[in-house]
Design a protein around this ligand. Structure first.
Ligand code: ADP
Ligand code: ADP
Length: 219
């Protein structure tokens, strides 16, 4: 089954964690704009050098940069999960235009809902694999071997923007610039809310049930 999904929600809501699990389950591509940007920063590309100052401050990278990046990544793709995009109304409108050109309507937009205190705890305890970008948590989602990625064994690192100060800024940016997308996609009839405060396995189960009901209903 080919799906085209957007994962929407604040930083730390568990979008990346679920996108990785579900992209392999559905056999579709995972497109995480934050992961692509971090890769470019690490490799010191022109895009990475331009994006880094915004990312370090917890601000959004300019729309034109992000839209161009997504267009080239999605060329020729029939199924995908996008995570961390769109983040502004301008990005959502450009994405709609791209999907119309590809004749590839979205299956659904999943809204990950988590209370704010939990988001802070998740982000300040997050450790990621610098190689495959999989995400762990010291207490909520620990790796099998302390400090090592389950998938590839690489040593885990903390993100430089997961400090309390930058996390607070990212929450404010989410409220101002990204939260308006909830009404945007609700109006399109695409939005499904997910109880993302629950444990990882329960969230995965809820998403799978919600999507099979939606596809069963012919939506
Ligand atoms: P996002 O991509 O939305 O920013 P992540 O998937 O990176 O979020 O998850 C943020 C942090 O919370 C990580 O440390 C991750 O291991 C942890 N996490 C993810 N899902 C859950 C969950 N359902 N319950 C508790 N912790 C979670
Ligand atoms: P999180 O989900 O934890 O907030 P991401 O990995 O999605 O983190 O994003 C990290 C940073 O990369 C953001 O704070 C922002 O600077 C930049 N970024 C990622 N995706 C976008 C986007 N779609 N538009 C603008 N900036 C983005």
């Amino acid at each position: 089954m080919s799906v085209r999904l957007v994962f929407l929600g604040p930083p730390g809501a568990g979008k990346g964690t679920q996108a990785q699990l579900l992209a392999s389950q559905y056999g579709v591509e995972q497109l995480a704009t934050g992961d692509i940007l971090r890769r470019n920063v690490r490799e010191g590309t022109e895009l990475g050098r331009e994006a880094k100052r915004y990312m370090d401050a917890g601000d959004l990278v300019p729309d034109a940069v992000i839209i161009g990046m997504v267009e080239s990544e999605l060329a020729g793709s029939t199924g995908f999960i996008v995570d961390g995009f769109p983040r502004t109304i301008a990005q959502a409108q450009a994405f709609d235009a791209l999907l119309a050109r590809l004749e590839a309507p979205l299956t659904a937009v999943l809204l990950f809902e988590v209370p704010r205190e939990q988001l802070i705890e998740r982000l300040t305890g997050r450790w990621i694999c610098p190689k495959d970008q999989s995400s762990y948590h010291l207490t909520f989602n620990p790796p099998r071997n302390a400090g090592k990625c389950d998938v590839c064994g690489t040593g885990l690192v903390q993100r430089s923007d997961d400090t309390l100060e930058t996390v607070t800024r990212r929450m404010a940016v989410y409220d101002e610039q990204t939260a308006p997308l909830i009404a945007y996609y609700r109006k399109q009839g695409n939005l499904i809310s997910i109880h993302a405060e629950r444990p990882v396995v329960d969230v995965t189960a809820e998403i799978l049930t919600a999507l099979s009901e939606r596809q069963g209903a012919g939506a």
